[in-house]
Design a protein around this ligand. Structure first.
Ligand SMILES: [Zn+2]
Length: 307
C-alpha cells in the first residue's frame, strides 16, 4: 500500500503523520509550534524522519509530502507566502523538504485541506461540489470542485468571512467594517460581548461564545449577539449555496461545537432562503474529521493516491 507524509501546521500546534493509501493515519506526532524558523524546520524534519522507522506492516515508503497549513500559499504550492502565526513566511518549504527528505511536497491552506479531507473520508465523501465551512475564531472555508480543492487564480479564493454582510456595519478584525466574520466569527462575538456587556466570566475578562450563550437568558444584549450571528451565518451559507449549488455542506469549528443548535438553524434557514433547484438533494453534515481531516486532505492533495 502506498503512503505519504502529511502535516497540519497551525499557529498553536503542529501534527505530523504517515497516511496510507486507505487514508489510515499512523504514528501521529504533535508538537507545540516553535516560534523561531530554525527550530520550526528542525522539529518538522525530526518528526518526518521519525515516522519512517519503522513503517507499518504492508505500507510502502512515502512517495510525497502533503502539508495543510495556516496562511496563504504561493501559486506554485511550494511556500507559505503569508503566515501570521508560523515562523516560515516566505520560506521555500517545498524546496527544503525536497532537498532534506527527497520527496516532492504539496502545500495547501488548512481550509482547503480540511475540505479535501471531508471529501475523501468524511460523511459527505464524494459529494461534488462540496462546500465546507468552519465557524471558529474566524471563518474558514474550503470548496472541492471536480474532486479538487478550488484555489482561484492567485490561490486566494474563499475569504467569504470578509465579504460584506452589513455595509458600514460592525468593525472586523481585518480592519474593515460589516464583514460576515464581524457578526459570526467567535472572536468578534466575544469582543462585542465585552464592549456591550462589560467584563466576561473568564479570568482575563473575555467572553467565549459559550459564555455568551449562558448569558443570553438574562441579558438582551447577549441574545442580540446570538441572533445577529445566526442571521449572518445563515445568510452567508444560503448565499454560497445559491452561488455554488453544492451537493453537500459540511459545517464545523469551535463556535459550532459550543453552540450545537446553530447547525440546524443554518440548515433550516438555508432551505427557506434558497430556490428549489438549489435545495433539492442538498445535504448538510457535521464535520467529522477535526485535525485528522487536514491530514487526510493534505495527503490526498499530493495526488499519490489518485484523488
Ligand atoms: Zn473582515
Amino acid at each position: 500500500m502506498q503512503s505519504v507524509l502529511a502535516a497540519d501546521l497551525g499557529g498553536t500546534k503542529c501534527r505530523f503523520a504517515l497516511v496510507a493509501e486507505d487514508l489510515s493515519v499512523h504514528g501521529v506526532r504533535q508538537i507545540a509550534t516553535p516560534r523561531q524558523r530554525d527550530a520550526f524546520v528542525a522539529a518538522m524534519d525530526d518528526a518526518f524522519a521519525a515516522l519512517l522507522a519503522p513503517l507499518p506492516a504492508g505500507v510502502a515508503p512515502p512517495a510525497a509530502i502533503g502539508i495543510g497549513t495556516a496562511g496563504v500559499i504561493s501559486t506554485d504550492h511550494r511556500r507559505i507566502e503569508y503566515a501570521p502565526n508560523l515562523p516560515v513566511g516566505g520560506f521555500d518549504l517545498g524546496g527544503h523538504l525536497k532537498t532534506r527528505h527527497g520527496l516532492p511536497a504539496t502545500l495547501l491552506n488548512d481550509g482547503r485541506a480540511s475540505a479535501m479531507g471531508e471529501y475523501v473520508r468524511g460523511e459527505a465523501r464524494g459529494k461534488d461540489p462540496l462546500l465546507v465551512l468552519f465557524f471558529g475564531t474566524g471563518i474558514g472555508i474550503g470548496l472541492v470542485v471536480d474532486g479538487r480543492p478550488y484555489r482561484g487564480a492567485g490561490n486566494a479564493a474563499g475569504e467569504v468571512g470578509h465579504t460584506i454582510h452589513v455595509p458600514d456595519g460592525l468593525p472586523c478584525p481585518c480592519g474593515r467594517r460589516g464583514c460576515f466574520e464581524a457578526y459570526c466569527g467567535g472572536k468578534p462575538m466575544g469582543l462585542r460581548a465585552a464592549a456591550e456587556l462589560g467584563r466576561g466570566p473568564k479570568e482575563d475578562g473575555s467572553w467565549s461564545v459559550g459564555d455568551v450563550l449562558r448569558a443570553a437568558g438574562d441579558h438582551p444584549a447577549a441574545a442580540r449577539i446570538l441572533h445577529d450571528a445566526e442571521r449572518a451565518a445563515t445568510a452567508m451559507v444560503a448565499s454560497l449555496c445559491t452561488l455554488l449549488n453544492p451537493a453537500a455542506v459540511v459545517l464545523g469549528g469551535g463556535v459550532m461545537g459550543a453552540w450545537p443548535e446553530l447547525f440546524s438553524r443554518i440548515e433550516e434557514g438555508t432551505r427557506q432562503w434558497c430556490s428549489e433547484p438549489v435545495r433539492r438533494g442538498l445535504v448538510f453534515v457535521r464535520s467529522r474529521g477535526g485535525s485528522d481531516a487536514i491530514l487526510w486532505g493534505a495527503a490526498a492533495a499530493t495526488g499519490v493516491f489518485g484523488h
